[in-house]
Write a protein that binds this ligand. Structure first.
Ligand SMILES: O=C(O)[C@H](O)[C@@H](O)[C@H](O)[C@H](O)COP(=O)(O)O
Length: 316
């Protein structure tokens, strides 16, 4: 077993962005919590090694959890979360655009779209090569595209209409079809794009491997339109499915299935507000609930990063 100080140092090394890391002394771990204050901020360690946080004076703390749970970042305010999310997304977009000449990004609905607002401001509005972007939806409500409930409508108004993305690179779900047909139609579209190599394919699952999925989470722990205790959570044949009894209105929706979500190269879970604190705690707290919430089943082939504000992280 690793010694206390080795675990401590290993966790410390993960906080590579912070200059303080080199100047911190090795500290005897005698109490359950201790903290170190410095010019740069403060460090707090829970000595059962479940949790380790570094808080900068500016705004962000990072919680190191078991690797399977991903990287967890907590921001003092949603505005700071939005700044960091914009940089994270722009950096990935630039890397993928260089590497494979395209960037496939999947949006959800809800408050996530508002949290993307800093991406359409300088410097990113000018520095990102938007022509390489291909935009998809992890879920959509079965309503016309100009309906206030439409995830496309939301994303178009707040994001897509503000960036110079070719219209052919925006893959909206067909609103002229009923739920099942729209799900099948979207899956066919994805299969075509995997074949033509616009979307990568996972070598492990052979499923589409999107470069980045930007997911929100509901207060009940749902992601996409996959709700707790609903059989759709276990759908593992289809790529895209539909739900007609969604507990969150509107009741008819189209959704990616979990295997497709989990084949992603990167997933960002973007969660703000105290109403989400219980579900965040269930997923990241010391005693994960045994009844897995959909958010707990998010476990990408690549990297998972949580963007939380203080409200969402308040029960951790
Ligand atoms: O269409 C939808 O309803 C969404 O895609 C859904 O999965 C959403 O992301 C969460 O419900 C969080 O929504 P809020 O961030 O608005 O709470």
């Amino acid at each position: 077993m690793a010694s206390s100080s080795r675990v401590f140092s290993a966790n410390l090394r993960k906080l590579s962005n912070f200059p303080i890391r080199r100047s911190l002394p090795e500290i005897p771990l005698t109490s359950r919590f201790f903290s170190v204050k410095s010019l740069f901020g403060s460090l707090r360690l829970n000595t059962n090694f479940r949790k380790f946080e570094y808080r900068t004076r500016a705004s962000m703390a990072e919680i190191v959890t078991p690797q399977s749970k991903g990287k967890v970042q907590v921001f003092d305010a949603e505005d700071e979360l939005a700044v960091s999310l914009a940089k994270y997304t722009a950096d990935l977009a630039n890397n993928f655009s260089k590497e494979r000449d395209s960037f496939t990004v999947v949006l959800s609905g809800g408050s996530l779209i508002k949290s993307l607002r800093k991406l359409v401001e300088p410097p990113y509005i000018d520095s990102v090569d938007w022509s390489k972007w291909h935009v998809f939806w992890v879920d959509e409500r079965v309503v016309p595209k100009d309906h206030p409930d439409s995830n496309y409508f939301l994303a178009y108004n707040a994001f897509l209409s503000k960036i110079p993305i070719p219209s052919g690179n925006v893959y909206a779900i067909n609103d002229a079809l009923a739920a099942e047909a729209a799900a099948d139609d979207y899956e066919t579209c994805l299969r075509h794009l995997v074949k033509s190599k616009i979307i990568n394919q996972s070598e492990i699952t052979q499923l589409p491997k999107f470069d980045l999925m930007l997911l929100g989470m509901g207060p009940d722990g749902h992601v996409a339109s996959l709700f707790p205790s609903h059989p759709l959570v276990h759908e593992n044949t289809k790529w895209v499915t539909c739900i007609k009894d969604s507990p969150k209105p509107p009741s008819e929706r189209i959704s990616f299935t979990l295997p497709v979500i989990n084949s992603s190269a990167y997933i960002a879970l973007v969660i703000a507000g105290a109403s989400k604190a219980n579900a965040v705690h269930a997923a990241l707290g010391p005693d994960p609930s045994s009844d897995s919430l959909p958010v707990q089943m998010v476990s990408p082939e690549g990297e998972l990063t949580w963007f939380l504000d203080m409200g969402a992280a308040s029960k951790l």
